[in-house]
Every structure is written in structure tokens, then in C-alpha cells.
Design a protein. Structure first.
Length: 202
């Protein structure tokens, strides 16, 4: 129905997704198949418990994360490609005023039997086929807070009013031709003063 109906659209759709641990809230989701665009006013992800309770139920160190966005647009959706080859293909994701808070209590022991993969490896482990030409983040507010296991003091690093651009994001055929730029993920992160914080290719 969606792939063949160019006039298909919906709007003013808001919902919650509840899991045993987390809540995801989406506000005013809209889709217009004639222009292949999704928009939403905001999205928020948060654990159902506060971080002190989170630490009490965990045996090992674990990140406590909260995430939200403001107005977000997803351009160039290709429903035909999804229904034919189960590929999620998007031209561009643009999100404004994103917020990411990460907290870790290092007084808990580290779980040495598990590890966090590097970004490229993590992308390769995504089972769903996803291709996004560009992801643009505008005016983001990012912070990382940590309790030191030796000093018992809390440190925090903040990146305010940060812009980021990720190009050529793909989870499949990444190594089919490494010399082609379209198979390399390019990341640029900068603050509003224009200072580049991170720049690189993977």
C-alpha cells in the first residue's frame, strides 16, 4: 500500500514505546509519501528509573543514558527499496537541539568479559541494512559525567551548541570497494564558533 500510493500521508501522531527498562516518546510524527519525508516535533529516550536506582541494580559499570531531540526531518525515504530488498534508504536526517546525557559510576567493577566495539565494528554488527547519505545534527548539547573510583569525585565534560555531520552511513557492503568514497563514513563535529572537535573517515 505504502510503496504504490504516492498520496499516502499521516500527521499529528504521538506515541510512547515502553520496555521493561526504558521509555521512548515521539511527538507529532508526520509522513508524506508524495515528498518522501518524515518529520517529528521531538523524540525522547529515558530509563524508567533514576540513575541512583540504576546503579543499585547493576553489578558492573554501565552507562546511564538520556537522549532527546527537537524538530527532526527525514528526507528521501525509499519505501519501494525497503519492501523489495528490506533496505532502509534515506537521503538525509536533520535534527535540531539534540540532547545526550551519559553518566557512569566507576566505583562499580568493570565487566571484563564484555567489551564495547569500535564504531566501525559496531556499524558492521547492525543486522538491518541501512543506507543514509547524510546525518546533520544542529545545536546539540552533549555531556559525559563520571564518578571516579579512586577519588570518589564526579567529573563532567560538556559540549554545548555542537554541530555534527556524518556522511555516507552504511551498515552493509562497507568493504565491497574501499577505494570508493561512498563506502567511507565521514564525520565532522564542531561547535558554533566553528572549531572542529572531531574530523575523520572510517
Amino acid at each position: 500500500m505504502l510503496a504504490g500510493n504516492k498520496n499516502f500521508r499521516f500527521k499529528n501522531t504521538s506515541f510512547n514505546i515502553l520496555t521493561p527498562q526504558n521509555n521512548v516518546r515521539v511527538n507529532n510524527l508526520q509522513f508524506d509519501n508524495s515528498v518522501k519525508t518524515i518529520s517529528l516535533d521531538s523524540m525522547a529516550f529515558a530509563p524508567l528509573i533514576d540513575r541512583d536506582s540504576f546503579n543499585r541494580i547493576n553489578i558492573y559499570q554501565k552507562d546511564y543514558m538520556q537522549f532527546s531531540t527537537g524538530k527532526t526531518f527525514i528526507y528521501g525515504i525509499n519505501p519501494e527499496l525497503f519492501f523489495k530488498d528490506t533496505i532502509i534508504f534515506l537521503k538525509k536526517i536533520e535534527t535540531n537541539q539534540a540532547m545526550l546525557r551519559v553518566y557512569k559510576d566507576k566505583r562499580l567493577p568493570a565487566n571484563k568479559s564484555s567489551y564495547k566495539p569500535l564504531p566501525v565494528t559496531a556499524i558492521q554488527q547492525i543486522s538491518k541494512k541501512i543506507s543514509i547519505d547524510s546525518i546533520q545534527v544542529k545545536n546539540a548539547d552533549i555531556s559525559y559525567e563520571e564518578v571516579n573510583e579512586k577519588t570518589l569525585m564526579t567529573g563532567i565534560v560538556k559540549f554545548k551548541r555542537t554541530d555534527a555531520l556524518i556522511q555516507n552511513f552504511k551498515t552493509f557492503d562497507i568493504n565491497s570497494n574501499p577505494e570508493l568514497g561512498s563506502n567511507r563514513i565521514v564525520t565532522i563535529v564542531k561547535n558554533t564558533a566553528g572549531k572542529i572537535l572531531v574530523s575523520g573517515q572510517t
